[in-house]
Design a binder for this molecule. Structure first.
Ligand code: ADP
Length: 462
């Protein structure tokens, strides 16, 4: 068994997730390296690493984190052993993973062929189907002509959802209620996909109207061992993007929970998955049946809730797996599935610098005053969040993630409510008032929400 030595680890990302990875690396005694764009020269992640280097030309704030050649060259020059890609940016880019491999640098994530297979939702659906996990009726190939789309929708019946095959973050997705809007929506989805992902390939899937989003955290090593770390409920979404996440899912039949977790492991075993990943499902609440939707082959924003209930540091395990340790090693300490137990309930809220009273328009500028929450059962994962920090318009608007835990759901909700109330953020608008409305809503407390809950309840925005 070959175990790699990591002396220096670079995070090809920014903000809270970069800081999250630095913490894990630090605890493992690995020296940390940040990259930052010109626009991020005052961002906190830069100062949280042992070394930091500017990337990009200073003209394109996003490209600084997408510049494969530049990042690899920097990594070679600085003697980097491993790169953690975080989420977003290059995290699911098979070309980047391959470039790392070629340069003799360990990419902390699944093998590049896995990224290739799973990055495309059409091929991921095929893999799930082959593993005999239920999938929704959907196209097997990208749609080439509107007539194909029409014929397919007539066959499966409306409503349907058009999705970008290479999509993510809720982009390139359109719900279609009837044939009259099909072609228009298809064009929109294809255009959006082209702009966001550089490909316009789209497919159509049957739309579940009353769905819950349940996903399973997976950990696999390089020795064919795979376990799940149970599920998260990410039903609370705004425009297909998660807002509040819960682990474990409440009001879920024990048998359905078991079947979903087993299905996730089955798919991952079928491709010999390694490192951390998340298998996402939709639960049709009317039929109590579930369907695979996609696999995210990377760490996710909401991994904190799983860490809280299992007491397993997922990011640390990602690094150790990449070094070559098997799950049952003394370093990773997951001898088998049965060794993973959950305790209590955890909820995560994503505090963003968006104005809920004005269509969630992102707000920018100087944070004049910042006082964060604390106390028992509260974990904070923040980006550049402090008095005097500047919020720029160039990146996503996540400011700080709040994870509240408790012995039961009610306990965790009460802590979250108290923590959200403790924040004092002046100078930029945040979505905190909306989050407070959301977690106190009677339907949320009763576990009655579906994925459309936020979009259909405009009174939450006041
Ligand atoms: P992305 O990769 O952009 O996050 P996903 O395929 O994971 O896209 O879907 C994101 C969300 O969109 C889901 O959690 C769900 O709310 C909604 N969604 C996706 N597919 C369907 C479907 N077939 N029926 C109902 N809702 C869906």
């Amino acid at each position: 068994m070959e175990i790699r030595r990591f002396k220096k680890l670079l995070v090809a990302n920014r903000s809270e997730i970069a800081i999250r990875v630095f913490r894990a690396a630090h605890e493992l005694g690995i020296r940390t390296v940040a990259i930052y764009s010109h626009e991020d020269r005052f961002a906190l992640h830069r100062f949280k690493a042992d070394e930091a280097y500017q990337t990009g030309t200073g003209k394109d704030p996003v490209k600084a984190y997408l510049d494969i050649e530049g990042i690899i060259q920097l990594a070679k020059d600085k003697g980097i052993d491993a790169i953690h890609p975080g989420y977003g940016f290059l995290s699911e880019n098979a070309g980047f993973a391959r470039a790392c491999e070629k340069a003799g640098i360990v990419f902390i994530g699944p093998r590049s062929e896995i990224l290739e297979l799973l990055g495309n939702k059409i091929s991921a659906r095929q893999i799930a189907g082959q593993a005999q996990v239920p999938i929704l009726s959907g196209n097997k190939y990208p749609i080439r002509h509107p007539d194909e789309a029409k014929a397919f929708c007539r066959e499966v019946g409306y409503p349907v959802i058009i999705k970008a095959a290479n999509g993510g973050g809720g982009r390139g997705m359109r719900i279609v209620l009837g044939e009259s809007e099909l072609v228009g929506r298809l064009n929109e989805a294809q255009r959006e996909s082209m702009t966001a992902f550089g490909y316009d390939e789209c497919f159509i899937e049957k739309y579940i109207e009353k769905a819950r989003h349940i996903e399973v955290q997976i950990l696999g090593d390089k020795h064919k061992n795979i376990v799940h770390l149970y599920e998260r409920d990410c039903t609370l979404q705004r425009r297909h993007q998660k807002v509040v996440e819960i682990a474990p899912a409440q009001h879920l039949d024990a048998s359905v929970r078991q079947d979903i977790c087993n299905a996730a492991v089955k798919i991952c075993k079928s491709v010999n998955y390694d490192n951390a990943g998340t298998v996402e499902f939709l639960l049709d609440t009317e039929k109590n049946t579930f369907y695979f939707i996609e696999i995210n082959p990377r760490i996710q924003v909401e991994h904190t809730v799983t860490e809280t209930i299992t007491d397993i540091d997922i990011v640390k395990r990602q690094i150790l797996i990449s070094k070559g340790f098997p799950l049952d090693s003394p370093e990773i300490r997951i001898p088998n599935q049965e060794s993973i137990q959950t305790r209590g309930v955890a909820i995560q809220s994503r505090i963003t610098t968006e104005d809920p009273s004005n269509a969630f328009i992102p707000d920018y500028g100087r944070i004049q005053h910042y006082r964060s929450a604390g106390g028992m059962g509260i974990r904070l994962d923040a980006g550049t969040a402090f008095s005097g920090a500047i919020v720029t318009p160039y990146y996503d608007s996540l400011l700080v993630k709040v994870t509240a835990s408790g012995i039961c759901f009610e306990d965790a909700v009460n802590r979250m409510d108290r923590a959200l109330d403790e924040f004092r953020i002046r100078g930029v608008k945040t979505n905190i008032p909306f989050l407070i409305n959301l977690i106190n809503h009677k339907d949320f407390l009763k576990g009655k929400c579906t994925t459309r809950f936020i979009d259909e309840n405009k009174d939450l925005f006041r």
